[in-house]
Design a binder for this molecule. Structure first.
Ligand SMILES: [Zn+2]
Length: 337
């Protein structure tokens, strides 16, 4: 069975020192301090250590073999978004990363599918880069759950979503810049509590902001099984019903209506929760995802799904059909003779 991992991250092995180039800011750069490892530095601060599976396409393909997964959808690491930088500088970084992924996909068309990144805080530049992203063969973009603390329903982002729909490019929303991060450093809470909340924030903003009403053909996938959105859909719907004066001010449609219209990945680390997600979304709207190569990801690439008591057709939907539909690709293109 063809397996496509729709949520993985990659970096180029070598990146310019943007802090030096632009003369300001704590941009990310890599220090290759020992064989097979690099330190991700944020300015002069150590951010995290990464291994060669973060940049080496052949190492990745090899590691994926043991989980019988042939195809990886790759996008950058959210810390690279750089929405805080001057827009033209952010565009520079985005182009560098997008070109890197486009080259990778060119070289390994049956193993890699690419998503780009955008200077989301400058609508005009973002729309321009979208057209280029389309041209260089990427299938969509990954964006943050908020853009410098602005929610995705803000009118300034609408032309970007509209361009995605018009260009037939998919969108992946990934949590980052977590709310409350500064106040909950202990116990890794930004990742354990902040990230699921961020994704729900993005979903609620897009739904209540009427984005899906105005752009019915926009194809969006939300990371980490939609974070806390699906587990709290009852509360969100009840809020819509009991306080329409607060909630239904821009879109009069019940939020439950959108279940199964957008995609989510399967990264729950919990078969019972995945069953619930499947019930709400339907198997055609749940993609295999891993968050590879990071430790909080499902680094067995959906092995827990193989072990679940699901029909072959449901598994096939999760393992490839849902992603193929989200990215508008055909299975034949990934068959290796
Ligand atoms: Zn991720």
């Amino acid at each position: 069975m063809l397996k496509i991992d729709a949520h993985t991250h990659i970096l180029p092995k070598k990146m310019p020192n943007w802090s030096e180039k632009f003369g300001y800011g704590d941009f990310i750069y890599l220090q290759h301090h020992k064989m097979g490892y690099a330190k991700m530095m944020r300015g002069n601060q150590f951010f995290r250590e990464i291994k060669d599976n973060c940049w080496d396409p052949d190492v990745r393909i090899e590691e994926y073999k043991q989980y019988h997964t042939q195809v990886q959808v790759v996008c950058t690491i959210p810390v690279m978004f750089s929405y805080w930088a001057q827009p033209l500088n952010c565009l520079d970084i985005s182009k560098f990363l997008n070109d890197h992924i486009a080259k990778l996909v060119d070289k390994y068309p049956k193993q890699y599918i690419g998503l780009g990144t955008l200077p989301m805080h400058d609508t005009e530049l973002a729309v321009k880069e979208l057209a280029r992203i389309k041209k260089i063969g990427l299938r969509g973009v990954q964006i943050g759950s908020n853009i410098n603390d602005e929610n995705l329903n803000e009118e300034r982002f609408f032309p970007i979503f509209e361009a995605c729909q018009n260009l037939n490019l998919a969108v992946m929303v990934h949590p980052w810049n977590m709310m409350g991060e500064k106040n909950m450093q202990r116990y890794w809470l930004p990742w354990l509590v902040g990230m699921p909340a961020e994704t729900s924030r993005a979903m609620c903003s897009m739904i209540f902001g009427g984005i899906f009403e105005r752009l019915p053909d926009l194809r969006v996938m939300f990371a980490h099984a939609g974070g806390s959105f699906l587990p709290t859909i009852g509360r969100i719907e009840h809020g819509f019903n009991c306080r329409p004066d607060l909630v239904a001010i821009d879109n009069n449609e019940n939020p439950r209506k959108y279940l199964g219209k957008f995609w989510v990945d399967c990264i729950t680390h919990d078969p019972l929760m995945l069953e619930y997600v499947l019930k709400l979304q339907g198997s055609k709207r749940v993609v295999l995802g891993s968050d590879y190569p990071f430790p909080l990801g499902d680094l067995e690439i959906g092995k827990f799904i193989d072990d679940m008591n699901l029909t072959e057709s449901v598994k096939e939907d999760i393992f490839c059909n849902a992603t193929l539909e989200w990215l508008q690709l055909s299975k034949e293109d990934y068959i290796i003779e």
